[in-house]
Design a protein around this ligand. Structure first.
Ligand SMILES: [Zn+2]
Length: 163
Protein backbone atom coordinates (compact mmCIF):
# COMPACT_ATOMS: atom_id res chain seq x y z
CA UNK A 1 0.00 0.00 0.00
CA UNK A 2 1.41 3.42 -0.95
CA UNK A 3 1.74 6.29 1.45
CA UNK A 4 -1.22 8.18 -0.01
CA UNK A 5 -3.70 5.33 0.32
CA UNK A 6 -2.30 4.59 3.73
CA UNK A 7 -3.12 8.15 4.74
CA UNK A 8 -6.64 7.82 3.30
CA UNK A 9 -7.15 4.62 5.21
CA UNK A 10 -6.01 6.30 8.40
CA UNK A 11 -8.47 9.12 7.85
CA UNK A 12 -11.20 6.52 7.31
CA UNK A 13 -10.35 4.84 10.57
CA UNK A 14 -10.52 8.07 12.54
CA UNK A 15 -13.85 8.90 10.95
CA UNK A 16 -15.16 5.43 11.73
CA UNK A 17 -14.11 5.78 15.37
CA UNK A 18 -15.86 9.13 15.66
CA UNK A 19 -19.02 7.89 13.95
CA UNK A 20 -19.20 4.75 16.08
CA UNK A 21 -18.85 6.83 19.23
CA UNK A 22 -22.13 8.64 18.65
CA UNK A 23 -23.97 6.30 16.28
CA UNK A 24 -25.92 4.39 18.98
CA UNK A 25 -27.87 7.55 19.81
CA UNK A 26 -29.44 7.42 16.36
CA UNK A 27 -31.84 5.07 18.14
CA UNK A 28 -33.75 8.10 19.42
CA UNK A 29 -35.65 7.92 16.13
CA UNK A 30 -37.30 4.83 17.61
CA UNK A 31 -39.19 7.14 19.95
CA UNK A 32 -41.49 7.81 17.05
CA UNK A 33 -42.61 4.17 17.32
CA UNK A 34 -41.99 2.86 20.84
CA UNK A 35 -41.60 4.04 24.44
CA UNK A 36 -38.18 4.71 25.94
CA UNK A 37 -38.58 1.61 28.11
CA UNK A 38 -39.20 -0.65 25.11
CA UNK A 39 -36.45 -3.08 24.04
CA UNK A 40 -36.05 -1.02 20.88
CA UNK A 41 -36.32 2.32 22.68
CA UNK A 42 -33.39 4.64 23.32
CA UNK A 43 -30.48 2.83 25.03
CA UNK A 44 -32.17 -0.47 24.24
CA UNK A 45 -31.22 -3.10 21.65
CA UNK A 46 -29.19 -0.63 19.59
CA UNK A 47 -26.97 0.12 22.60
CA UNK A 48 -26.26 -3.57 23.28
CA UNK A 49 -22.91 -5.35 22.75
CA UNK A 50 -24.77 -7.94 20.67
CA UNK A 51 -25.79 -5.28 18.18
CA UNK A 52 -22.30 -3.74 18.28
CA UNK A 53 -20.80 -7.13 17.45
CA UNK A 54 -23.06 -7.52 14.45
CA UNK A 55 -22.51 -3.97 13.26
CA UNK A 56 -18.72 -4.22 13.63
CA UNK A 57 -18.62 -7.50 11.69
CA UNK A 58 -20.51 -5.90 8.83
CA UNK A 59 -18.36 -2.75 8.79
CA UNK A 60 -15.12 -4.76 8.98
CA UNK A 61 -16.21 -6.97 6.11
CA UNK A 62 -17.04 -3.95 3.99
CA UNK A 63 -13.66 -2.37 4.69
CA UNK A 64 -11.62 -2.14 1.49
CA UNK A 65 -8.20 -3.10 2.87
CA UNK A 66 -8.49 -6.74 3.83
CA UNK A 67 -5.49 -6.70 6.17
CA UNK A 68 -7.09 -3.87 8.16
CA UNK A 69 -10.33 -5.74 8.84
CA UNK A 70 -9.48 -7.29 12.21
CA UNK A 71 -8.42 -3.91 13.54
CA UNK A 72 -11.43 -2.18 12.02
CA UNK A 73 -13.65 -4.71 13.77
CA UNK A 74 -11.90 -4.09 17.08
CA UNK A 75 -11.98 -0.32 16.76
CA UNK A 76 -15.65 -0.23 15.79
CA UNK A 77 -16.67 -2.57 18.59
CA UNK A 78 -14.66 -0.79 21.29
CA UNK A 79 -15.77 2.67 20.18
CA UNK A 80 -19.41 1.57 20.28
CA UNK A 81 -18.94 -0.17 23.60
CA UNK A 82 -17.35 2.94 25.10
CA UNK A 83 -20.56 4.77 24.21
CA UNK A 84 -22.68 2.40 26.28
CA UNK A 85 -20.22 2.40 29.16
CA UNK A 86 -20.41 6.18 29.31
CA UNK A 87 -24.20 6.09 29.10
CA UNK A 88 -24.17 3.73 32.08
CA UNK A 89 -22.15 6.27 34.04
CA UNK A 90 -24.77 8.99 33.75
CA UNK A 91 -27.18 9.67 36.58
CA UNK A 92 -30.21 10.24 34.38
CA UNK A 93 -32.49 8.51 31.92
CA UNK A 94 -32.79 4.76 31.75
CA UNK A 95 -29.89 2.35 31.82
CA UNK A 96 -28.51 0.40 28.87
CA UNK A 97 -29.84 -2.96 27.66
CA UNK A 98 -26.40 -4.62 27.86
CA UNK A 99 -27.76 -8.17 27.79
CA UNK A 100 -30.09 -7.78 24.85
CA UNK A 101 -31.41 -10.08 23.33
CA UNK A 102 -31.09 -12.35 26.40
CA UNK A 103 -32.77 -9.73 28.57
CA UNK A 104 -34.40 -6.32 28.11
CA UNK A 105 -33.19 -5.20 31.53
CA UNK A 106 -31.48 -1.81 31.63
CA UNK A 107 -28.20 -1.42 33.49
CA UNK A 108 -26.13 1.31 35.07
CA UNK A 109 -22.59 1.01 36.39
CA UNK A 110 -22.17 1.26 40.16
CA UNK A 111 -19.95 4.31 39.52
CA UNK A 112 -21.95 7.11 37.92
CA UNK A 113 -19.89 10.28 37.98
CA UNK A 114 -21.60 12.02 35.05
CA UNK A 115 -24.26 14.11 36.77
CA UNK A 116 -27.44 15.38 35.21
CA UNK A 117 -30.20 17.53 36.61
CA UNK A 118 -33.48 15.70 37.25
CA UNK A 119 -35.10 15.01 33.91
CA UNK A 120 -38.42 13.98 32.57
CA UNK A 121 -37.62 10.87 30.57
CA UNK A 122 -40.52 11.58 28.27
CA UNK A 123 -38.86 14.81 27.22
CA UNK A 124 -36.93 13.76 24.18
CA UNK A 125 -34.76 16.86 23.93
CA UNK A 126 -33.80 16.78 27.58
CA UNK A 127 -32.53 13.26 27.01
CA UNK A 128 -30.53 14.49 24.06
CA UNK A 129 -29.02 17.19 26.24
CA UNK A 130 -27.97 14.54 28.72
CA UNK A 131 -26.29 12.49 26.03
CA UNK A 132 -24.41 15.50 24.76
CA UNK A 133 -22.71 15.79 28.16
CA UNK A 134 -20.69 12.68 27.38
CA UNK A 135 -19.90 13.59 23.81
CA UNK A 136 -16.41 14.89 24.48
CA UNK A 137 -15.41 11.66 26.16
CA UNK A 138 -17.03 9.69 23.40
CA UNK A 139 -14.84 11.30 20.81
CA UNK A 140 -11.73 11.14 22.94
CA UNK A 141 -11.90 7.36 23.43
CA UNK A 142 -12.15 6.33 19.75
CA UNK A 143 -9.46 8.85 18.84
CA UNK A 144 -7.18 7.29 21.40
CA UNK A 145 -8.04 3.79 20.15
CA UNK A 146 -7.36 4.77 16.54
CA UNK A 147 -4.05 6.29 17.49
CA UNK A 148 -3.04 3.19 19.44
CA UNK A 149 -4.15 0.78 16.71
CA UNK A 150 -2.13 2.66 14.14
CA UNK A 151 0.86 2.90 16.38
CA UNK A 152 0.98 -0.88 16.47
CA UNK A 153 0.18 -1.11 12.78
CA UNK A 154 3.02 1.27 11.98
CA UNK A 155 5.68 -0.78 13.72
CA UNK A 156 6.69 -2.65 10.58
CA UNK A 157 6.90 0.68 8.76
CA UNK A 158 9.66 2.00 11.00
CA UNK A 159 11.91 2.71 8.00
CA UNK A 160 9.76 5.76 7.25
CA UNK A 161 10.60 7.42 10.52
CA UNK A 162 13.74 9.10 11.74
CA UNK A 163 16.38 7.17 13.63
ZN1 LIG B 1 -26.45 6.56 24.10
Amino acid sequence: MGLASRRDSRRGVWLLGAVCAVLPDADVVMHAFVEYEHAFGHRGAFHSPAFYLLFSLVVANLWREREERPRIFLLSFLALLSHSLLDMMTTGGLGVAMLYPISDERFFLPWRPIPVSPINVKAFFTQRGLDILTVELRFAIPMLLSALLFRFAGRHKKDEGTT
